[in-house]
Design a binder for this molecule. Structure first.
Ligand code: C5P
Length: 232
């Protein structure tokens, strides 16, 4: 899989999601299914979107003891997602167990990536709310190194951190980056934001874009604008 724009389909129902995806008549964008939609509709939503020909990033951000995560990942391995994720904060054993659980009997598995620090967290919040008193960049990099050591394929991070992560973890280690906004757009609850163009120069492999596309008057044009800015 090459560089791509992933649309965060943060909708409350299958009906809303399919109505949104129906607008894309010429392309089948890569789609991210998050907690809201998955909890509302269950595994059927993954199969339904996949049947329409979309690639899927199943963004459920698992975080629990290793055994529980391993078993949950074994269930998710039966869905045909292309990317699945968890929180790196769960630790090395949890990440290793997750990779094991996600591996199918034939040895294949979806790409597995780890959330480093949410892009809604900035230095000040990390220090005051999480009591992590190290530079945010170092924390993100350390989590990325842990993810690599556990055999994962990459991380979710801010585009601002993608370059350094590639330097340390290698070019093949994926950086999947939310926190994308058009230059003139509102940042909402995201703290560490960049444009699609900037994400490209910073070396992101995939950008994840939600509200700038789903909330646009013309989502297809907004998606095309992201593609043009990120891929060129
Ligand atoms: O609407 P917006 O573009 O902010 O959507 C970003 C998407 O990426 C949301 O679905 C959010 O859950 C997800 N995400 C994130 N930061 C992370 C991991 C995932 O914003 N670190």
């Amino acid at each position: 899989m090459g560089k791509d724009v992933i649309i965060a389909c943060d909708f409350a129902s299958a009906a809303q999601t399919f109505a949104f995806l129906d607008r894309f008549t010429e392309t089948r964008p890569f789609v991210k299914i998050g907690m809201e939609l998955f909890y509302a509709e269950g595994p059927a939503i993954v199969r339904g979107i996949k049947e329409r020909g979309h690639k899927i990033f199943l963004d459920l951000k698992l975080h629990d003891i290793p055994n529980t995560v391993k078993k949950a990942m074994a269930v998710l391995s039966g869905l045909d997602a292309d990317i699945v994720n968890l929180h790196a904060a769960g630790g090395l054993d949890m990440m290793r167990a997750a990779a094991e659980g996600l591996t199918r009997p034939d040895g294949s598995r979806p790409l597995l990536i780890a959330v480093t620090q949410l892009t809604s967290i900035d230095q000040q919040r990390m220090e005051s709310e999480l009591l992590i008193r190290r530079p945010l960049e170092d924390v993100v990099l350390h989590y990325a190194e842990n993810a690599k050591a556990a055999g994962l394929n990459g991380v979710v991070c801010s585009p601002l951190e993608a370059g350094r992560i590639h330097e340390v973890c290698g070019q093949a280690f994926l950086t999947v980056t939310p926190g994308i906004r058009f230059a003139e757009g509102a940042s909402g609850d995201q703290q560490r934001v960049t444009t699609p163009e900037k994400a490209k120069t910073l070396g992101s492999d995939y950008i994840v874009v939600g509200r700038p596309i789903t909330g646009a008057a013309d989502p297809v044009s907004a998606y095309r604008r992201c593609l043009a800015g990120f891929i060129g």
